[in-house]
Design a protein around this ligand. Structure first.
Ligand code: ZN
Length: 109
């Protein structure tokens, strides 16, 4: 999320089509997305998370090319890379919440 977006969230929410609520859950997702994006560079993110992130990316590409091409969601303005790798769901339905490891492995198989 760019500094411009943070400023919009704090001071100009009305300019955001579908702003996320700011609460402990969404703050957790925000931090999680950033930490995982960084940790990924060192091979520290579990496969079940990376697999879901890439499935989610395919869904966004198919369902909402605009978000995919801009690298951020047109509705909530969140950066795609960070949102895809966090547990958060998409505000306009491109993907649901990330599954826990066992649930993801059951779903895959
Ligand atoms: Zn979107």
């Amino acid at each position: 999320m760019s500094i411009n977006t943070v400023i919009k969230y704090l001071f100009n929410r009305k300019s955001i089509p579908s702003p996320r609520k700011i609460n402990t859950e969404t703050i957790k997702y925000f931090i999680q997305g950033h930490v995982r994006k960084f940790a990924k560079n060192f091979g520290l993110v579990d496969d079940y998370i990376l697999e879901q992130a890439s499935e989610r990316e395919k869904r966004v590409k198919a369902l909402s090319p605009r978000c995919f091409n801009e690298g951020k969601c047109y509705a909530c303005l969140c950066s795609l890379e960070e949102t895809l790798i966090s547990e958060a769901s998409c505000v306009h339905g491109c993907f649901g919440k990330m599954l826990k490891k066992d649930d993801w492995n059951n779903y895959k198989n």
